[in-house]
Design a protein around this ligand. Structure first.
Ligand code: 5GP
Ligand code: ZN
Length: 116
């Protein structure tokens, strides 16, 4: 837990969020500024700042997030696919330093991943 982390505050219920899913390891909630009809975030409850700090001890929770992503995405309406994005660090233009996976369904089809 990081007292100043906005996602830790959401996990603790100190900041409201629109919950998609919760268990002992994971919270999923809708992004406050969605870029698509389906746009939610999946976070480990453990405060891991980014993928730069992720290590072997985090394999289980990170695997759990990905293994659950398709089910939650479909439940939220992304029936024909979606994109997962993890922004990491300055170059990755990460804004919130609590590791999170964006689940983005739409627009249909999504633009190409990056401009060549
Ligand atoms: P990043 O750029 O770090 O990958 O993305 C951070 C995401 O968190 C952004 O899409 C932003 O809209 C979302 N976000 C930031 N603050 C809050 C908040 O207080 N509540 C929710 N639900 N989403 C937030
Ligand atoms: Zn945190």
């Amino acid at each position: 837990m990081d007292n100043n982390c906005i996602f830790c505050k959401i996990i603790r219920g100190e900041i409201p969020s629109r919950k998609v899913y919760e268990d002992e390891d994971i919270l999923a909630f809708h992004d406050i500024k969605p870029v698509a009809p389906v746009h939610f975030l999946m976070v480990p409850k453990l405060h891991i700042p980014s993928l730069m700090e992720a290590g072997q001890g985090h394999q289980a929770v990170l695997g759990k997030i990905l293994a659950l992503s398709g089910k939650l995405a479909q439940e939220q309406g992304a029936k024909d696919g979606f994109r997962t994005i993890i922004n990491t660090g300055r170059v990755g233009r990460q804004e919130v330093y609590h590791l999170h996976v964006h689940i983005i369904g739409g627009p249909d089809p999504l633009p190409a991943m990056l401009k060549r």
